[in-house]
Design a protein around this ligand. Structure first.
Ligand SMILES: *Cc1c(COP(=O)(O)O)cnc(C)c1O
Length: 393
């Protein structure tokens, strides 16, 4: 089945009842009654699959997990309370029987760096950063550092770099390290990292998959080798998503291929328009033939969809105060953190996602003070352009 069909049908309408609800209800139960004690014994002992306690398994969570597993072509999924706890749980599961060292892409979500340095480092998990678009640098770092995990994003934030997942997966396989890919920006409509050799995929469900800016959530999807560990640790630690959020996210996912396709088309149109505007210094969008990763993009993003994120540098606004004036002039675009919603959103990485990134590292990344990042929505493209045009003046 194609992803558009899976998004609508997977997970739902599964129960063996005479009349089946077309959508999975929200199961607000903390625990379940078994038919007898022997059955409860088998379920507690994980000899039989069944519902006993919501920290272990909940029917609404299970439906969402099945849906995401189908989209990513994985073995199993775990719905988590946020994208960040999904990342933490995935890292702990992958590092359980590997060296406690994470080789992390230099261009990565700010909170992910904080997770590594402020939360995991005090527990003895070491981190080293690497430019994942430089294969020689990755190979050297893997040889020297001997990581247990390589962590990266499919499309990086905010400069939209695209790493060569198949090649990186090959390096990891040879070194017995797990490749964890944060696929939030690309979504499984554009790239399915497990098909390309990654072992674990993580999403912030809060973004494109949920898509409506109304729920926080995360999900881990793994290959067969890692799923038992992810589930076993989760049964103990309970990073799980609540059933209401699972329901809302599942509802959102049904339309995600439609939304994301439209967002990609709008983003491509906006990027093309921005390139021709005198008030714009430089546009970052992966369809650019001069993109530093153009070769990888041609292979990985082979469906002609390049994502819904567009970043650009302002020509006449070089300082923070001048960028503020541009942002304050926007009327329709939503000025709030997050991305992937149905509405167009704008974020200023300098004061938001990359606020705490040291100046030297910003320079190495190529992140300028005049860069703004748009998450393009599903509105009419002309209306999006009109709002940005009047603010650019
Ligand atoms: C938002 C985001 C996260 C964190 O997800 P939350 O749901 O906010 O915890 C992780 N990675 C990327 C790429 C994100 O955009």
């Amino acid at each position: 089945m194609k992803i558009q069909t899976k998004a609508v049908h997977s997970g739902d309408r599964k129960r063996a009842q005479k009349q089946i609800p077309v959508s999975t209800p929200v199961h607000f139960a903390a625990s379940w009654i078994c038919s007898d004690q022997a059955e409860q014994d088998r379920i507690f002992g994980a000899e039989e699959k069944g519902f006993a306690y919501s920290r272990y398994l909940n029917p609404t969570n299970e439906a969402l997990e099945e849906q995401v597993t189908a989209l990513e072509n994985g073995y199993g999924s775990l719905a988590c309370a946020s994208g960040m706890i999904a990342l933490q749980h995935a890292l702990m599961a992958a590092l359980l029987d590997r060296p406690k060292r994470v080789l992390c892409a230099r261009d990565i979500y700010g909170a992910t760096l904080k997770l590594l340095y402020d939360v995991l480092a005090p527990f003895g998990i070491e981190t080293r950063l690497v430019d994942t678009n430089d294969m020689a640098a990755v190979q050297t770092a893997v040889n020297e550092f001997e990581p247990g995990v390589l962590l990266m994003e499919t499309i990086s934030n905010p400069l939209l770099r695209v790493g060569d997942i198949p090649a990186l997966a090959g390096v990891c396989r040879a070194a017995k390290a797990a490749l964890i890919v944060d696929n939030t920006f690309a979504t499984p409509l554009l790239v399915r990292p497990l098909e390309l050799g990654a072992q674990i995929v993580v999403h912030s469900l809060t973004k494109y998959l949920g898509g409506h800016g109304d729920t926080l959530g995360g999900v881990i999807t793994t290959d067969e080798e890692h799923f038992e560990t992810v589930r076993r640790l989760s049964r103990i630690a309970g990073p799980v998503l609540g059933p209401m959020e699972c329901y809302l996210t599942m509802r959102g996912i049904k339309t995600f291929p439609l939304r994301v396709e439209r967002q990609c088309r709008n983003a491509q149109g906006l990027a093309a328009w921005l390139r021709g505007h005198a008030g714009v210094e430089r546009v970052y969008y992966p369809d650019d033939p001069a993109h530093p990763d153009a070769g990888v993009i041609r292979r990985l993003l082979d469906g002609g969809l390049y994502g819904g994120m567009v970043s650009f540098e302002l020509k006449n606004a070089r300082t923070k105060t001048e960028v503020f004036s541009f942002l304050d002039r926007l009327r329709m675009c939503v000025k709030a953190t997050s991305l992937g919603d149905v509405h167009t959103m704008v974020l200023y990485p300098w004061i938001a996602s990359h606020r705490d990134v040291p100046p030297k590292q910003k320079e190495r990344m190529g992140l300028q003070e005049n860069l703004v990042r748009f998450s393009v929505g599903i509105e009419d493209l002309g209306d999006i352009i009109a709002d940005i045009e009047q603010a650019l003046r």
